[in-house]
Design a protein around this ligand. Structure first.
Ligand code: 3HC
Ligand code: NAI
Length: 613
């Protein structure tokens, strides 16, 4: 096995190089070897100082996440934490200045190792962070105790509870690093180390107390149901009130609570699943991918408008085509209103809104479609219409243009053939609201080319979406799961739970909205149309018992926010859901028809039924 940590003397400085590709994670053997090398340098007469650096593309990206699942118990977690804390203290006790030299990222345990060094320098492109919260845990190697000492409580709270990476420039400003090195990192770090008079232990620095009320209040809104962000706050509070040793002890206890939670296990699984999802069978990383510079969208409804906004937000000009001027005007008004809401919240300037809107060309013809690198179709969910649209696109678009469909349920292959170039046809299944939701299902038809898939994956990144390639099957992945989630919510309503109760159970768990509020945002008519289509084929969307209520609210024209009523009522121009007694009445009727006696249903039962479905 190659050496995990190298040791060399350069210009009178010991250079300790971590070499554990791909990201220099702290896998077994790495922390031990780093400590050993630093201890060796402490005793080495040839070394006046020490530089800790990463080989390859990055500094240390953190603990090896694969090993969290091997922690069998709380006691074992505490024992491991004590060992790593003690190791970092011994490193910090090195009698010679120890400098961490950071390029790429210093994340999690990587940042904690850097903070146990006496000083930190970084290249301008480097980033540092404590992203543990994104794995359902808190920094577990002194990060919650050393970061507030270096960067202050407010920055530590932000970094630990949000898990964001900060730039070298900001890290310098906040005190998390001591110098930005413009030239060669190692040379600069050695120079910096030789200039130091002696060690400076982070743990000896004072913590300036600050209030945590504001962050707690914000987290109660944004991190409902999550444990780790609040544990981060508790640990940083301990740094302010308890002193270093007792603060570390508190961190160790809180880390143990989090690392064994089902929340953390799920988030770790998600971390690896997201990386797995980026590997597409048969499409290697070097498959040629075209650059999308100009786009066109067909249909300016709920989805077409949001998709156009996603492109505009990425700086890509869009031609947006509708059938009638009236429908086009309606679509444009919605786009403008959405941007204005963002401007109203102070999240975008009015000039920026105008700049983005200036990239949009609304039209009722296919003029200029021959200049687009991609056309996204977002017309009604109807096979005949999609076929006709793709046949037309086959005529008007350039031969190398990607033709994407936002269909939720239809067979891509069927209308791909109508275009005359099925290798260029692919599903781009956005989620409502398309300009906000990050997931983009990239649906691979039987004739979709590798290049079309590679182009779509590259484009997804440009649009700031998480592109996941899925097969061409009914409902793809997300909606197949969603169908059962929704079915169960509807049945619970029929059996006696109320719309606001069910939604609240899900938002209390941490979902941004519950199933009914979501239906009202996305448009209840979308599912209604799909059910009608399936009925014509003798199929259903989810197996098992079904409730009649969703069809009934659509029969009443209650499509959701866009019609001012759905599962809730809405005041004109408002998106605030107001419970509507009419829904209770519809539920009573539906239950009666089935001979169900409606009864109170406990929140815990709702949660369990919805999630297990
Ligand atoms: N442990 C184990 N494997 C890791 C890892 C880690 N910390 N970080 C990345 N990897 C693996 C990925 O799974 C991937 O493996 P694969 O090629 O087999 O799929 C490979 O390294 C490359 O990762 P990416 O595809 O994500 O590469 P990028 O270049 O896009 O991103 C990165 C690099 C920014 C480092 C990103 O991988 C990342 O954010 N990693 C996680 C960092 C993190 O969360 N660190 C904290 C860990 S928890 C901790 O340190 C606890 C401590 O407080 C005690
Ligand atoms: P919508 O009804 O809001 O908009 C469809 C628009 O297409 C209408 O404005 C209509 O005038 C226009 N249109 C019809 N034929 C056209 C043509 N030939 N040229 C130009 N425009 C034309 O529908 P929505 O919800 O936007 O759905 C569009 C597609 O997106 C459907 O395939 C749907 O299944 C899919 N989808 C919908 C989601 C949702 O939550 N609403 C989510 C994901 C996908």
């Amino acid at each position: 096995m190659a050496e995990l940590v190298g040791y060399a003397i350069r210009d009178g400085v010991a250079v300790v190089t971590v070499d554990n590709p791909p990201v220099n994670a702290l896998s077994p053997g790495v922390p031990e070897s780093i400590e050993e090398a630093i201890s060796r340098a402490g005793a080495d007469p040839a070394a006046r100082a020490v530089v800790l650096i990463g080989a390859g593309s990055t500094f240390i990206a953190g603990a090896d996440i694969r090993f969290f699942e091997t922690i069998p118990s709380r006691e074992a977690s505490i024992e491991r934490s004590h060992a790593i804390h003690a190791r970092l203290r011994r490193m910090e006790d090195c009698p010679k200045p120890v400098v961490a030299a950071i390029h790429g990222t210093a994340l999690g345990g990587g940042m904690e190792f850097a903070m146990a060094c006496h000083y930190r320098v970084a290249v301008p492109s480097a980033k540092v962070g404590q992203p543990e919260v994104l794995l359902g845990i808190i920094p577990g190697a002194g990060g919650t105790q050393r970061l507030p000492r270096l960067a202050g409580v407010a920055t530590a709270l932000e970094m630990c509870t949000q898990g964001n990476h900060i730039s070298a420039a900001r890290a310098l400003k906040e005190g998390a690093i001591d110098r930005v090195i413009e030239g060669d990192l190692l040379t600069g770090a050695i120079q910096f180390a030789l200039e130091r008079a002696g060690p400076r232990r982070t743990r000896d620095l004072p913590v300036k107390p600050a209030s945590t009320d504001e962050i707690r209040a914000a987290l109660r809104k944004t991190a409902r149901g999550a444990r780790a962000p609040f544990a981060c706050v508790e640990a940083i509070e301990a740094a302010m009130t308890l002193g270093f040793d007792a603060g570390c002890e508190r961190e160790i206890q809180l880390f143990a609570d989090c690392v064994l939670s089902s929340e953390s296990k799920a988030m770790v699984k998600l971390f690896f699943a997201e990386r797995e999802a980026s590997k597409v069978p048969g499409v290697s990383k070097d498959t040629p991918a075209a650059e999308i510079r100009r786009a066109a969208v067909v249909g300016a409804g709920t989805m077409g408008g949001g998709i156009a906004m996603s492109y505009l937000n990425a700086g890509i000009p869009v031609r947006l085509k509708e059938v009638t001027q009236e429908a086009l005007d309606r679509g444009l008004a919605t786009i403008r209103k959405n941007y204005q809401t963002t401007v109203g919240k102070g999240k975008m300037t009015a000039e920026e809104m105008e700049r983005r809107l200036s990239l949009l060309t609304p039209q009722v013809t296919y003029d200029g479609f021959d200049q687009a690198d991609i056309v996204v179709e977002a017309v009604f969910e109807n096979m005949d219409l999609k076929k006709a649209t793709f046949a037309e696109l086959g005529r008007v678009a350039r031969p190398d243009c990607v033709l994407a469909s936002n269909t939720s349920t239809l067979d891509i292959d069927e209308f791909a053939r109508a275009s005359g170039r099925p290798d260029k046809v692919i599903g781009h299944h956005f989620f409502s609201p398309a300009n906000v939701m990050k997931l983009l299902e990239i649906v691979r038809g039987s004739e979709t080319s590798k290049e079309t898939i590679a182009t779509s994956l590259k484009l997804a990144r440009k649009l700031a979406k998480v592109g996941v390639v899925v097969g061409n099957c009914f409902g793809f992945v997300a909606n197949r799961m969603l169908a059962y989630y929704i079915r169960e919510a509807n049945l619970l309503l029929e059996e006696g739970a109320s719309v606001p109760q069910i939604d609240k159970v899900m938002t209390d768990l941490g979902f941004p909205v519950g199933p009914f509020a979501m239906g009202d945002i996305a448009g209840n008519d979308v599912g209604w149309r799909i059910r009608q289509y399936l009925k014509s084929l003798g199929k259903t969307r989810a197996e098992g018992p079904q409730s009649a209520i969703p069809d009934r609210i659509c029969d009443l024209g209650r499509f959701g926010q866009k019609t001012g009523a759905g599962w809730y009522k809405y005041e004109p121009g408002s998106r605030t859901p107001i419970p509507d007694p009419l829904i209770e009445q519809l539920a009573e009727e539906a239950a009666k028809e089935k001979g169900i006696a409606r009864r109170p249903i406990a929140d815990a039962a709702i949660l369990s039924r919805i999630l297990t479905a």
